[in-house]
Design a protein around this ligand. Structure first.
Ligand SMILES: [Mn+2]
Length: 413
């Protein structure tokens, strides 16, 4: 097969002198920054109490591609859309021809492929760690099919999230389940083409409320290592306890060459799926800072897939995505302003206030004018939200989709 689309095909960060103007640093940073949108972020979603239906929400794979295409058209930095196999590829590998057509029509390529190992009734007691071997086999086959879909779509990353776990003490053999996970991941890894990667996501709780089989980054790291060299850890920023130091996890995974990608979203209490940076933008800045610092120190580009994983229950979905991308660019650019050379010296000399101030000064810098200049230089609208409102797209799709959405089921009863 031909080479897969690959985040590391982006240019290496241009060598920018630390005393260069901030706008040069912002430009150089934005040249290397792309972020993937989730197909499911354009669909109707809700909470466990009910779904809220939006008249403009996408209900087909084609509509999701159309909406993602709008966001890419206006921002220029979202060339791929993550696909959920069960929802977006209802015919499995047979769906790939149709998806290629949508990609061509709407100007966004398929990105990471997400198997679905949590929705079917069979998975009530787990997928890779289900005590029933026939269910484990079924889950493995679905993962293999998803890898085949990824190959046909020239997608590099297969992104795995598992709902496996238990609700009550004593009900699950935790060590046995760990073994089943290691076996199934190893077998999945064998199916990969040389360019592909398995990304292993972790989450401390929910839907399981006593134990989750891959609960934290250490478990994801061990299982990725057991799976094989092309398995890496995926950090979903919403999948941590409230007080956790996520940037430290990022720094450790970078130093172990095990950081494969991010699912970005913000949270106030648990896995709230709020808009990136809406609650704690400094957290995201500190994550990006660790990545910039790593790249400066090692001289190598960290090969990380940046992805959004948000579902907006109340906000307009396309607007929320455009807002997310703008925030991501701002925080990535701010982090690139940290004078890492001065920082390294301050750290060595234990210049605590000086070191901390270097981060705070960068974070406090208004990078929006420089980002606007970058957009203009690329022929992109300088205010994509305004451009979207002016485009008439929302009115058009609301008219087209409202009737279908009105019949959507919003309650679980
Ligand atoms: Mn996620």
């Amino acid at each position: 097969m031909t080479a897969t689309r690959n985040d590391c095909n982006l240019p290496l960060p241009r060598e920018v002198r630390m005393d260069a103007p901030a706008s040069d640093k912002v430009f150089a940073a934005l040249e290397t920054f792309r972020i993937e949108l989730p197909s499911w972020g354009f669909a109707n979603t809700g909470t466990r109490f009910g779904k809220f239906i939006q008249p403009a929400a996408a209900t087909t794979t084609e509509e999701k591609f159309s909406d993602a295409g709008q966001v890419h058209l206006l921002t220029g930095v979202c060339p791929t859309v993550a696909l959920h196999v069960l929802w977006d590829c209802p015919q499995g590998v047979q769906s790939t021809d149709e998806i290629r057509r949508f990609a061509g029509r709407y100007g966004v390529a398929p990105g990471s492929i997400n198997p679905n190992l949590f929705q079917d009734q069979e998975y009530k007691y787990g997928s890779f760690a289900n005590p029933d071997s026939s269910v484990r086999r079924r889950a493995l086959q679905h993962t293999k099919d998803s890898i085949e879909i990824a190959k046909r779509l020239q997608s590099r990353d297969i992104s795995l999230w598992f709902a496996d776990g238990s609700n009550y003490p004593g009900t699950a053999n935790i060590r046995q389940r760990k073994k089943w996970f290691a076996e199934a991941l190893k077998e999945s890894h064998r199916e990969l083409s040389p360019e592909q990667r398995l990304l292993v996501e972790y989450k401390p709780f929910e839907p399981a409320f006593y134990h989750t089989d891959i609960a934290d980054w250490g478990m994801a790291l061990l299982l990725s290592r057991a799976a094989g060299p092309q398995a890496k850890v995926l950090v979903d920023t919403g999948h941590h306890y409230a007080a956790q130091n996520i940037e430290q996890i990022v720094a450790w995974l970078l130093s172990e060459d095990m950081l494969g990608g991010f699912h970005f979203n913000d949270r106030r209490y648990a896995d709230d799926d709020l808009t990136m940076g809406s609650i704690d933008p400094y957290q995201v800045f500190r994550i990006f800072h660790e990545i910039h610092f790593f790249e400066w120190e090692t001289g190598q580009r960290a090969d990380i897939a940046y992805m959004v994983d948000q579902s907006h229950n109340l906000k307009g979905k396309i607007e929320a995505m455009i807002q997310t991308v703008a925030m991501a660019q701002q925080l990535f650019a701010k982090a690139a302003l940290v004078d890492v050379k001065k920082l390294a010296t301050a750290q060595k000399n234990c210049g605590l206030v000086q070191a901390e101030s270097l981060l705070q000064d960068a974070f406090a810098t208004d990078v929006r004018p420089a980002i606007q200049d970058w957009k203009i230089s690329k022929g992109l609208p300088k205010d994509p939200l305004e451009a979207f409102r002016q485009s008439g797209y929302l009115e058009r799709v609301t008219k087209e989709r409202a009737a279908k959405n009105a019949h959507n089921v919003s309650s679980y009863a």
